[in-house]
Design a binder for this molecule. Structure first.
Ligand code: AMP
Ligand code: SF4
Length: 469
């Protein structure tokens, strides 16, 4: 069962633009800067006022699109998607944006996140006669919209979004309008920006605005539905916002360091996590090094706070995809080997503090400790700038099943032994929350921390709860 649910998991990036003469090109550059959020498939759908034009493919943005294909995507409005799928879902029909044709007009949809009641809704819709073509959550929403009794498309979208439980940042494109909605907890980030010539842009991360020359305006609010047409932009609520719960992993690992989420720069948050890590678990050593790319900021923070020099102890081969993409443990281990090398000149004869952002299965840490020792490090102290991940994520981040999570079954001492480190420490949850320092009240300051605590911000659908036990 869980496998089914994981098959639909997606860690993705979305980009949208309304009212720009080069919409498909903007989408291309925007998606390229969101490529770290998903490398398995990508697509762009444009609207020219009368019809939609689509191209989707498996692979990287630069592999799927070229000048000719972008020129063929005519129109001033576009939405695009980069997709990271877990096992079972990597087929072309699941690559987004999904595009639905109907007599009343076409609709394209791009979704980042994961719905926890998708199966429940799907069974209900099938019982009413709906036929599904893909295994993605997004199609469930398309059917909901189609069957909704609302008078306008906006009402039907609002009505449908209100029935979803889970994490989503949705972009919907018709021939002449763009609709944008974020779940009531704001689990996944989505920001609004504007280009100099007034076009509206939306992106999972603000790093995409910089690359297309747009200025950040604000984040889309939890429970908000925006509609953009030639008349301008309007905002309404499809539901009252619930407790804010932005995914902590966006700050810890997933987002690019130059992105800003709810006013907080990701690099600054990671540096603060490194500093807190030093305060919580100092250790004597000669050099601090970080695992490229996501842990460099935290390692710099640790080094600055401790006064121990930051050194480039590890190098990443940029041309290998993310470790997690390779499906089997064996391939993953080989992947890690291909991806990282230790710099002998830096670590030989040294006591090394190795900072990484998280431990999921433990594969990366084990491999890196070995690499550092092989390169002559006399001691390796591992510092992880997030709490132990003990619970699966049902909101679209692939933190694996409970059985695969090393911290779900092993103590910190057992993990230390397994990865072969001289010492191991994780950042506390309080330390993580304080370091990120989100501008919201409450114990978690508007963050989701369910993979650390097991306290999920939404109800979990029946199927998910069953498999959790
Ligand atoms: P593992 O080797 O399974 O312990 O994975 C930990 C490594 O994967 C760390 O270096 C993280 O930077 C990275 N990581 C953490 N969470 C994820 C995720 N959801 N998807 C891909 N990589 C991740
Ligand atoms: Fe993010 Fe963890 Fe919450 Fe999933 S469970 S949304 S990975 S914080």
């Amino acid at each position: 069962m869980l496998y089914d649910i994981r098959g639909m998991n997606e860690e993705c990036g979305v980009f949208g633009v309304f009212g720009h003469i080069e919409a498909s090109h903007l989408a291309y550059y925007g998606l390229h800067s969101l490529q770290h959020r998903g490398q398995e498939g990508t697509g762009i759908v444009t609207a020219d006022g009368e019809r939609l034009h689509a191209k989707r493919g498996l692979g990287l943005v630069t592999e799927v699109f070229d000048e000719t294909s972008l020129d063929a995507l005519t129109g001033n409005h576009a939405i695009g998607h980069v997709r990271y799928s877990t096992a079972g879902g990597n087929t072309l029909e699941n690559v987004q944006p999904l595009h639905f044709k109907s007599l009343t007009g076409d609709l394209a949809m791009a979704h980042n996140g994961n719905l926890v009641n998708a199966n429940e809704l799907k069974h209900m819709l099938e019982a009413e006669g709906a036929i599904f073509q893909t295994t993605s959550d997004t199609e469930v929403v398309a059917h909901l919209i189609k069957r909704s009794r609302g008078n306008s498309l906006k009402e039907r979208i609002a009505d449908s979004l209100a029935r979803l439980v889970g994490a989503f940042a949705f972009l919907f494109l018709t021939e002449d309008a763009l609709y944008v909605g974020v779940d009531v907890h704001g689990l996944r980030p989505l920001s609004l920006g504007q280009t100099e010539d007034g076009a509206y842009v939306f992106a999972s991360e603000t790093c995409a605005f910089d690359v297309v020359g747009a200025t950040y305006v604000r984040d889309v609010e939890p429970g908000e539905l925006l509609m953009v047409t030639n008349e301008g932009i309007t905002s309404e609520r499809f539901s009252e916002a619930a407790v804010r719960a932005m995914c902590s992993m966006e700050y810890i690992y997933f987002s690019r360091p130059d992105s800003i989420i709810d006013g907080i720069n990701v690099h600054t948050a990671r540096k603060a996590m490194g500093k807190k890590m030093f305060e919580e678990a100092p250790v004597e050593a000669d050099v601090v090094t970080g695992v490229p790319d996501s842990s460099i900021s935290a390692a710099i923070g640790y080094a600055e706070a401790s006064g121990i020099p930051y050194e480039m102890g590890l190098i990443k081969n940029r041309y290998v995809g993310r470790t997690f993409i390779q499906p089997s443990q064996e391939l993953r281990e080989r992947g890690v080997k291909m991806k990282l090398s230790a710099l002998r000149g830096v670590v030989n004869g040294k006591r090394v503090i190795m900072v990484d952002d998280s431990i999921v299965r433990g594969t990366t840490s084990r491999r890196i400790v070995t690499l550092l020792r092989e390169a002559g490090a006399t001691e390796v102290h591992v510092r992880i700038t997030s709490p132990p991940i003990k619970h699966p994520c049902y909101y679209g981040i692939d933190t694996s099943t409970k059985e695969e999570l090393i911290a779900a079954t092993k103590s910190i001492e057992e993990i230390r032994e397994e990865i072969g480190a001289d010492s191991l420490a994780f950042l506390t949850l309080d330390g993580t929350v304080e370091a990120i320092d989100r501008p919201f009240e409450g114990a978690l300051r508007g963050q989701c921390a369910a993979c650390f605590t097991g306290l999920y911000p939404t109800e979990l659908a029946e199927l998910v709860t069953e498999t959790k036990a």
